[in-house]
Design a protein around this ligand. Structure first.
Ligand SMILES: Nc1ncnc2c1ncn2[C@@H]1O[C@H](COP(=O)(O)OP(=O)(O)OP(=O)(O)O)[C@@H](O)[C@H]1O
Length: 623
């Protein structure tokens, strides 16, 4: 879970979560905010409610018919009257059955449609949220919000809420009929609503907290399952199965205990909800019998009174379930709104412009760029000044953890600079439309992610309009022609995360995806790391051809790949400390030599420095 969960994972208290907790003062607020999703189904809900109310009216009429039967045809031995009223009772029963069928039929389509609409919106919102949001939120928490929480909300809006309305209407209607039959006894039944109200209020308060805890714990369990599924090989290879199983068992136990506590709370309250109407019924039976003996009530009226009162037992008994369902839906709505309330921070500025590929020369400039990850104290990048000229290839070299990948992620605006600016041909990246910028920039990350879709779809992810020739050229360039030999060629669906392919094959497909359509800017994070020596040489020579036509920023770890670059920049503890050709830096900068060779590396931020930091003023070009 994103906030103070148990376990040894890093804990981040998100503002949205805190806001959700504040929502405890008005627990139904977030549920109420979902009402726009009901609007498209207003007519269906209208019919549904009308059918449900009519069915309730039909069932309420039956005891009144029984009263007429007892006091009329039975008392007078009137057979024709008995058949007439019996037929009426039969018709009422039939009408009730038909109306209930109509209600159920309408209910199924509207509630599922509503759930699908909310789910689509949450998913679309997740897509708009920046990488920093996904860095902080556990995926299991998002998964449980978009699946089980939405199902809980659907159940309440389609069943719980309807029965709450129906039961209240039934209660009021029955009390009115009872008061008309016998005012004193009717008022006694009405008074039983007071303890019911007090019990409900107390129960709702406790159940709200328990529901929230349980839903958060469900998210924790989902996260653990997902982590285990993803890291299964590592876990097996290190023989850590028992430890992970113990961690899972602890989370599952916590979930189980909360579930049991919640169930017992419901059981205790349900017992009270059972007790109140049955006690009232006992009192009514005795008092009603006395009233009938004194002739104040007819036998028929007593039968009708008791039958009507029996009709209150289910609505009262189900109150516990309805309140529980309502509280679960309220906490589920809190959790869903925590996601929806998180504003996407990387969005198009109102004045943002789109640049066409043809109009871009490709001069990329970092001007005093600083960056700090949200929630961290130390900046990862400090005052970075760096220019990549059109058509130039610049390699970024630095010790592990010095901020190379972070710097690259700023170019397609996966993260937003926190100081300075980045320009493309003089345009601040924040003044460009995101879609346009991301079309101009081809990216391949260190970890090549492939989705469970066909190879073709994976390749054309950023260029859905690419044609077969462009795809062929990109595959040739990345030395990824093996894709044509897959069982169904480019239509082959690669497994989850492309795991059915080797690391090198995945990396080559990711590279082909990045270079597809010859982007104006290529941003590659160690693009050749998973390739064997032979393939690396082939990809390198092909890449060299592409790099001639485009501006490129590459993160490089190996001296062989540095050869692809026109110039190299050395990044140390978030600062560019040297820029020049590979041979020049190798000859003049010990820190550069150390990073690219077996010499002791320069310590990175957060680590204790044992050697003096390499800095500018060593006769090197400082960008
Ligand atoms: N999402 C994040 N939130 C907070 N800190 C982060 C995040 N991602 C990376 N960092 C930190 O930022 C620093 C730079 O990380 P980065 O991945 O950019 O380094 P790198 O130079 O690319 O390392 P490597 O060569 O090992 O890939 C590291 O100290 C890392 O712990």
């Amino acid at each position: 879970m994103p906030a103070d969960s148990d376990g040894d994972r890093p804990r981040v208290v998100l503002p949205a979560v805190a806001a959700g907790r504040r929502g405890g003062a008005r627990p139904l607020r977030n549920l109420w905010r979902l009402r726009p999703y009901l609007r498209p189904y207003a007519t269906e809900f209208g019919w549904l409610l009308a059918a449900a109310l009519a069915a309730t009216a039909a069932s309420l009429a039956v005891p009144l018919v029984v009263q007429r039967v007892v006091d009329g045809p039975i008392a007078r031995h009137d057979q024709a009257g008995l058949v007439r009223l019996g037929g009426l009772a039969l018709l009422l029963g039939l009408a009730e059955a038909v109306l209930i069928f109509i209600r159920r039929w309408t209910q199924s389509s509207s509630s599922v449609g509503m759930e699908a609409a909310i789910r689509a919106d949450v998913y679309a919102h997740l897509q708009r949220l920046p990488a920093s949001f996904h860095d902080r939120w556990q995926s299991g928490q998002l998964l449980s919000r978009i699946t089980s929480d939405l199902s809980v909300i659907r159940r309440f809006l389609s069943f719980g809420l309807l029965f709450l309305v129906l039961n209240l209407v039934t209660y009021v209607a029955v009390v009115v009929l009872l008061v008309r039959l016998h005012p004193a006894l009717g008022l006694l039944v009405a008074a039983s609503a007071v303890p019911l109200f007090l019990i409900s209020r107390r129960f709702a308060r406790y159940y709200h907290a328990a529901s929230r805890r349980m839903q958060d714990q469900q998210g924790d369990v989902a996260t653990l399952v997902e982590e285990t599924a993803q890291g299964l090989r590592t876990m097996k290879a290190y023989g850590r199965g028992p430890e992970l199983a113990a961690r899972f068992a602890a989370a599952a136990r916590a979930l189980h205990d909360t579930g049991v506590r919640k169930g017992r709370l419901l059981a205790r309250t349900s017992a009270l909800f059972d007790l109140v109407p049955n006690l009232t019924l006992g009192v009514v039976l005795v008092a009603g019998a006395v009233a009938a003996a004194r002739g104040v009530l007819t036998i028929g009226e007593l039968v009708a009174f008791v039958s009507l009162q029996l009709m209150l037992i289910w609505p009262v008994q189900s109150l516990g379930w309805i309140i529980a369902n309502g509280q679960e839906a309220a906490t589920a709505a809190d959790r869903v709104q925590e996601v929806l309330d998180t504003p996407p921070t990387i969005v198009d500025a109102p004045y943002a412009v789109a640049l066409s590929r043809a109009a871009v020369r490709g001069r990329l400039a970092f001007e005093g760029v600083s960056f700090r990850y949200p929630g961290t104290a130390e900046p990862v990048l400090r005052e970075v000044d760096l220019t990549v000229e059109p058509g130039e290839t610049l390699a970024l070299v630095g010790a592990t953890g010095c901020g190379k990948s972070t710097l690259l992620s700023l170019v397609p605006r996966l993260h937003e600079v926190t100081g300075g600016r980045i320009t493309l041909d003089g345009h601040d990246l924040r003044d460009l439309r995101l879609a346009s910028l991301r079309r101009l920039v081809g990216v391949a990350f260190e970890e090549p992610t492939l989705f469970s879709i066909s190879v073709w779809e994976n390749l054309t992810l950023g260029r859905p309009d690419a044609d077969a020739d462009e795809v062929r050229a990109a595959l040739a360039l990345a030395q990824a022609d093996f894709a044509y030999d897959l069982p169904w060629g480019l239509a082959t669906r690669v497994g989850e995360q492309g795991l059915s392919l080797s690391g090198g094959q995945r990396q080559r497909l990711a590279l082909a995806r990045a270079v597809l359509g010859r982007p104006a800017l290529l941003v590659l994070d160690d693009p050749l790391s998973a390739l064997d020596v032979h393939t690396e040489a082939l990809v390198e020579s092909a890449l060299r051809r592409v790099l001639r036509e485009t501006t490129a920023l590459l993160v490089v770890h190996r001296p062989s790949t540095v050869a692809l670059a026109d110039r190299v920049a050395l990044l140390e503890r978030g600062r560019i400390t040297a820029v020049g050709t590979h041979s020049r830096l190798l000859a003049t900068v010990p820190a550069y030599r150390a990073v690219l060779s077996a010499e002791p590396p320069t310590p990175v931020a957060g680590e204790k420095a044992h050697t003096p930091a390499a800095g500018p003023g060593r006769g090197l070009v400082r960008s």
